[in-house]
Design a binder for this molecule. Sequence first.
Ligand code: ATP
Length: 432
Amino acid sequence: EESSKNVAKLMKEFFSEEIYEILTTAGKLAEEMGYGAYLVGGSVRDLIMRRPSPDVDIVVEGDGIAFAQELSKKIDGKVIPHPRFATAKILKEIIRNGEKKSFYIDIATARTEYYESPAALPKVETSSIKKDLYRRDFTINALAVKLNSKNFGLLIDFFGGQRDIKDKKIRVLHNLSFVEDPTRAIRAIRFSEKLGFKISKHTENLIKLAVKMSIFEKLKGPRLYEELILLLKETQPHHSIKRLADYGLLKILHPSLEEKKLYSELARAYETVQAMELLFLKEKYRKELIYLMVMLWNLEDHERQEFLQKICVPENIKKEVIENIISAEKALQAFPSEESPVEIYTLLSSLNIEIIILMMVYAQEQQKKAISFYLTKLKEIKPLLRGEDLKTLGIPPGPIYKKIFDEILKEKLQGRLLSKEEEIEFAKNFGK
Ligand code: ATP
């Protein structure tokens, strides 16, 4: 059911000028090199859905790395080849509204497979783009758009991806899909939650069957961690973790993950993160790690280790999340009951923002107020005076400087020393 729809107009309208230009350049180059080149994956799905897409993926019937090298010359980009996977990334920098932006174009080689045909017929090459698309996860992600200038914009739909986008359905391409790659079950939930699609009945049955067959017990490797992190990052975590549990997949991650409690805590964490985004936070933080820490919160030490081991969390992140949880627990215990601004500041200023947000999830009302007060007000307070100013006042440099700054900060935290003049006055009188 290959369609003959052409989406060139939609592409022109939908992609930025730079991307459209790159895609047409890729199409001309493909003609010159005698290759087929296709836009594939999430960017086609997003194009059909008219959603903004973060990345551009191209598959080439031919030498993908050579193609990437040529293309990057033409568009003035930088190639990063991965010969082991016959893929390459092009890093392209553009200037828009005076601001430098960069994005990646992923280029992969389609796998070409030959089949012996019966009797005297010559060897036939099955279309390698079809093979490539057949190895993908869901029909909605298995669409392609031809880029070659001759057919630029031709939408290629072997597996009914357009119909499933229209019907809002997540559907695998064949019955062995989850046996081939169990992490696809997590992806199914992610796309379902983030696009508002339903996992088709048949695909759902295949997930359940795979659970029954204990396919998921073998699930491991860094991709498990990556998919879990994307799930937490791109969806409402309390919804998607519940869906994992509904398929019997949560207890495979760790048998002690207690479901009911976890949903309400994740819901609280989600609300907290929303509030942070709405209110005040300019600082960058990784909300998905906060959700991961919430998943770990009620586990025993050894269970935390087992869980992190099971999902193959990179060592540095493992260390970080465990330490952050412990810091948050300690800080909540040490929270001053009679909070003075100075005490709140002293407790929180040495903690990173991810720890503080995690604390917020488990804080009592009074503590929550104090943390908000810190984040909205206290955090930004700093002495206006610099070392230079103290020198000008004739104070000889030395450890005294730090003392003066600390004392000025304390005063300011309590609402005093509102102007630079007052700080100068204070510094002059200091130690007199
Ligand atoms: P988004 O970037 O919006 O999350 P995406 O579809 O681009 O979605 P990626 O994880 O970047 O998601 O994967 C790119 C493409 O690679 C997918 O569209 C899909 O076709 C294919 N793909 C990724 N992971 C798998 C997998 N586990 N099994 C089969 N195909 C996959």
